[in-house]
Structure formats: structure tokens, C-alpha cells
Design a protein around this ligand. Structure first.
Ligand code: AMP
Ligand code: GLY
Length: 424
């Protein structure tokens, strides 16, 4: 039995909490900070996951054996190293990479150089800072639009700008470098070739030597139907992905997943945790758009329900370097998730709207995201508030179940996309 602390409080963490709590290996289970949904599976603690001293206190007080890190920030800030360098904590299993490994997500320039060193297919690029700003402008002037600009550091998912003209690209470049649009995160900018294709998300769990692949997924990032409007954290997800056939997935494994895991090992970068490959399929060939050092959200809401293995057992085998002994079992059913959000998201939105209708939902899984308990009610507490996941014989069936149930959930200014999975 393992006493577990799960860090995070979104839909991803609610899904992980649902899964972890089903394991016979689950001892005492805490979520920091959690949400109104996670409290059904464990005890929520009002602790900020970026406050490592507070996390340490929980680990000691609650005799934690395993820390599962949901979001990227604590990983990029070095929670793995914090725990492993503390004699009172170093016995704890940490699911997530070292600070250096988390640079795969924490620095676009780091990840591009890593891919270059290991011949992993990705868009051609250059990196610039204020020191070679004029060179950057000249580079843009010779580039063919659309031109992709990326703030090097974490920018809450907003650091990528795709421009359709040279002037627009120069303006965006100036805003990032000269006006520090994303603060220190954009003091370095990666400018890269635009790849025209269809995106998907592939997930591996690695023990630093071996890896297992989880079911793949596709998320829907734009706020509007038909993939229009602003980018969001993700408005829905499906798994499996129909265009990720065996031939394509073989290329993904051989050209991307294995070179990544082997590259980390060769470079002595400690990495025990999830690797999220944000991929794009261009004329049948896979390219890496980005790495993340954690699971995706809302991809987790469809990937984890399709994973039949015991998750705690996987994490224990990850710690002991035995993932080569594991056979991953997929639920053969499809899963589809619809994300319900607060009206106005991803711009300004209200919090504190009372939510109702949960008990009427039948045949779907409800994974809370931005929700909290207030005066005996569940209220909205974020932009993305609730993921409704369903299984089905195919993606259409799964999603129609989620859509039926989405109608039964009520709160002021509710919004969700009605066309998740529309192309399949
Ligand atoms: P990222 O934050 O790196 O995931 O980028 C956000 C989104 O921008 C991606 O999901 C893609 O839709 C898009 N994007 C990023 N890089 C490229 C690229 N080189 N070509 C085309 N689209 C891109
Ligand atoms: N859904 C994309 C992400 O988690 O970054």
C-alpha cells in the first residue's frame, strides 16, 4: 500500500484521482489542492503545489510514499530534485522528471536542441534574444509566412503565435523580445517553420531506461466550433485517434519515442515520468510540435479511462526500472470527452456560479476541473469547469452520450463546443 499525494486541481488530476483511488495499492490519498470532484476519491489539502516547503510538510505529516505531479510548473521549478535531495524525503517515489528533464517543456530552445542532437523530426528553427534581435528581424524578412514564433519559457499555453504575414511576425517578435510580452519567458524566442498537418498527442511513461505507450489522443484546442477562435487549454478530446494507424504509430515509435527516451538516457537526464509528445502528421510523416513533461488536459480524461493497468503498479515499476515487464492493456472502446467551460473563457469569466444536475447524469464519467465547494454547493472556480467522458463503440457514440449528459448540467453562462470529434 502506498500513501499518495497528487499535486494539481484540474480535470487531469480528477481523472488521475479517480484511477489511483481504484487501485488495491492505494493507501491514504491526498490531493493538493484538488477540486470539488477529487474529494470523492481522497482528501483535498489547501496547499499550493509550487510551495515546496508546504509540500514537504504534507509528505512528512502524512507519511507519503508517492508524489504524483499533475501540472508542469512544479516540475519545471524542480520538485523532483527538491524531494530527492532531502534526506527526509528521498525515499518517496516522484512521478515526474528532474528539473533538467522538465526543460523539454520548460524551454522551447532546449527541446529544439535536444531534437536536433538526436535527429528527431521537428520544424526547422532558429533562436533569438535581444543580442541578435536585428538578425531575427532579417531572418523573418526572408521567411515564408505563415511564421511561427514561440516564447522560450512557460507562458501558460499562450506563448505560441502563428503569423500570416512578415509584418505581423516582426511585430510579434518585437512584442516578445523588446516589450517582454511574456516576461522573462519571451526573452528568448524560437522562430520556426510552419507545419501544415493534423495534430495528435502521444503519451509514454518512462523509467529512464524503458517506456510504455499509453493510448493516444487528440484534443480540440480552439474555443469555437469548426476549430475557430482563441486557443484554450483544450475543449474536448478523443481516443483512439482514427488517423494514428499502425504504420504511422510505428514511425512515431521508431523516429520519436525511442530516440527521445534513449537521448535522455545518453545525456544522463533523470526522467521517471510521463512524456507527452505533441505531434503533427504531415503527409503521413510524424513531426514533434512540442514536448510536455506531464500528461495532457483534457487528453488524460480519455487516455486514463482507456488504460486498464493498475496505475500505482505502473508507478512502482517505473521507480524500480521494470517497465519492460509491463504489458499495457487498452480498453477497446473509444472514449470522448466534452469540456464544459465558464462563458467568456479563455478571456474573462465569472467564478462562483452554482452548478447543478450532477445526479441526473447517466452513463458518463464526470471529471471536475475548475470547481469548488461553497456553502454546500458545487460552484465554478475556473475557466474549464467539468469534463464529461463517455465510452462508446466508436467516437461518435461516445460523444453523443457525453453531449446528452452535458445538457443536464446547469450553471449560469455555461458553454461547450458541440462539435468535438466532428471530423470522425
Ligand atoms: P505549443 O504551445 O507548442 O503546443 O503550440 C501551440 C499550438 O500552436 C500547437 O498545438 C499547434 O497547433 C501550433 N503550432 C506550434 N508550432 C507549430 C508549427 N511549427 N507549425 C504549425 N503549427 C504549430
Ligand atoms: N491539451 C494540451 C495540454 O495539456 O497541453
Amino acid at each position: 500500500m502506498k500513501n499518495i499525494l497528487l499535486l494539481g486541481g484540474g480535470g487531469r488530476e480528477c481523472t488521475l484521482a479517480w484511477k489511483l483511488s481504484q487501485s488495491p495499492l492505494c493507501g491514504s490519498f491526498y490531493i493538493a489542492p484538488g477540486n470539488a470532484g477529487t474529494s470523492a476519491y481522497g482528501t483535498n489539502l489547501p496547499v499550493s503545489y509550487n510551495d515546496f516547503e508546504a509540500v514537504k510538510k504534507v509528505c512528512l505529516d502524512k507519511q507519503i510514499d508517492m508524489v504524483v505531479v499533475g501540472p508542469e510548473d512544479p516540475l519545471v521549478l524542480g520538485i523532483y530534485d527538491f524531494i530527492k535531495n532531502d534526506v527526509a524525503l528521498q525515499h518517496i517515489i516522484v512521478v515526474g522528471p528532474s528539473k533538467e528533464g522538465a526543460q523539454l517543456e520548460g524551454s522551447k530552445a532546449f527541446s529544439k536542441k535536444f531534437m536536433e542532437r538526436h535527429n528527431i523530426p521537428t520544424a526547422a528553427y532558429r533562436e533569438f534574444t535581444k543580442d541578435n534581435f536585428e538578425e531575427g528581424v532579417a531572418y523573418i524578412r526572408h521567411a515564408q509566412p505563415p511564421i511561427v514564433l514561440k516564447a522560450d519559457g512557460l507562458a501558460a499555453g499562450k506563448g505560441v503565435v502563428i503569423t500570416s504575414s512578415i509584418e505581423e511576425a516582426v511585430d510579434a517578435f518585437k512584442s516578445m523580445i523588446v516589450d517582454a510580452q511574456f516576461g522573462a519567458a519571451s526573452s528568448k524566442v524560437v522562430i520556426e517553420q510552419f507545419l501544415d498537418g493534423i495534430e495528435l498527442s502521444v503519451f509514454a511513461l518512462t523509467d529512464g531506461e524503458n517506456y510504455v505507450l499509453l493510448p493516444e489522443a487528440k484534443d480540440y484546442k480552439r474555443i469555437g466550433e469548426g476549430d475557430t477562435g482563441l486557443n484554450t487549454g483544450g475543449m474536448g478530446a478523443i481516443s483512439p485517434v482514427p488517423f494514428a494507424d499502425a504504420e504511422f504509430m510505428n514511425k512515431v515509435v521508431n523516429r520519436i519515442v525511442e530516440p527521445t527516451v534513449n537521448g535522455l538516457k545518453k545525456e544522463n537526464i533523470l526522467y521517471k515520468g510521463f512524456i507527452f509528445f505533441g505531434l503533427i502528421k504531415v503527409q503521413g510523416e510524424p513531426f514533434v510540435i512540442e514536448y510536455n513533461c506531464r500528461m495532457g488536459d483534457p487528453e488524460t480524461e480519455v487516455v486514463i479511462p482507456r488504460l486498464q493497468n493498475d496505475l500505482i503498479d505502473l508507478f512502482v515499476k517505473m521507480e524500480s526500472g521494470q517497465l519492460n515487464e509491463v504489458k499495457i492493456l487498452h480498453d477497446t472502446r473509444a472514449a470522448g470527452a466534452v469540456m464544459m467551460v465558464a462563458g467568456g473563457y479563455p478571456g474573462d469569466y465569472a467564478r462562483g456560479n452554482v452548478m447543478s444536475g450532477f445526479e441526473q447524469v447517466k452513463g458518463s464519467l464526470l471529471f471536475h476541473a475548475g470547481t469548488t465547494n461553497k456553502d454546500g454547493a458545487v460552484v465554478t472556480n475556473g475557466g474549464r469547469v467539468l469534463a464529461i467522458t463517455s465510452y462508446g463503440n466508436n467516437i461518435k457514440d461516445a460523444l453523443s452520450k457525453s453531449y446528452e449528459n452535458a445538457q443536464l448540467i446547469n450553471y449560469t453562462d455555461k458553454y461547450y463546443r458541440k462539435d468535438i470529434g466532428w471530423e470522425f
